[in-house]
Write a protein of this length. Structure first.
Length: 166
């Protein structure tokens, strides 16, 4: 378990968060699925998460919690020397405090430990917050998938971080 005493610098409610980043368990799924559904227009279902954390040998998922409260989660698939970040989300009331960046850093560090050399991801072209998060970690644009998202035909930007650096 990674326990981080995180100083909140960017929000109005200055203070500290005792953030714990741990492997996602089945017991986390009620909260994870609720956050996923509130955040994404094409959310993953509970069975999809369950399959990934129980059966998918390539999948690595983590939660960020303060006590029992889920603040965020993220996951990746390890495909030989590539780690593909499949999702990352932070609860709306804990955004812009650095939680997303810490989660992303944790994913990259776990991927590196298992031999990943580079990281890839898809992000909606209009998702400014996520694009800023990835850019701040060093990801750069490599390709565009036209009309990739089925709900609104939005384009996806493919980004990568090669080599991975923390
Ligand atoms: C994207 C998301 C995970 C970011 O989480 P977060 O905890 O708010 O991000 P952080 O506070 O760690 O910020 C990381 C960087 O992104 C920037 N950022 C975050 N939100 C931003 C916003 N709304 N507008 C502009 N920049 C933003 C921060 O300024 C910071 O940049 P810096 O390192 O240069 O200071 C969060 O907004 C979210 O859950 N969005 C909905 C789910 C989603 O879209 N996931 C991504 C799918 S590809």
């Amino acid at each position: 378990m990674l326990t981080i005493l995180m100083e909140i610098r960017k929000s109005q409610d200055y203070g500290v968060l005792l953030l714990e980043i741990t492997k996602m368990l089945e017991a986390d799924l009620d909260a994870v699925v609720a956050l996923e559904a509130s955040v994404f227009t094409l959310p993953w279902s509970r069975p999809l998460f369950l399959k990934d954390i129980k059966e998918n040998k390539c999948a690595r998922f983590f939660t960020a919690k303060e006590g029992d409260k889920l603040l965020g989660y993220g996951g990746f698939w390890l495909l030989q020397d590539e780690m593909n970040i499949v999702n990352i989300a932070v609860s709306p009331d804990h955004r812009q405090k650095g939680v997303g960046k810490l989660l992303l850093k944790h994913l990259l560090s776990e991927g590196m430990k298992e031999g990943a050399k580079f990281a890839t991801l898809d992000v909606r072209v209009n998702n400014t917050a996520a694009r800023k998060l990835y850019e701040s970690a060093g990801f750069i644009f490599i390709a565009l998938r036209k009309k990739y998202y089925t709900d609104n035909q939005e384009d996806a930007i493919v980004m990568w971080l090669n080599p991975i650096k923390l």
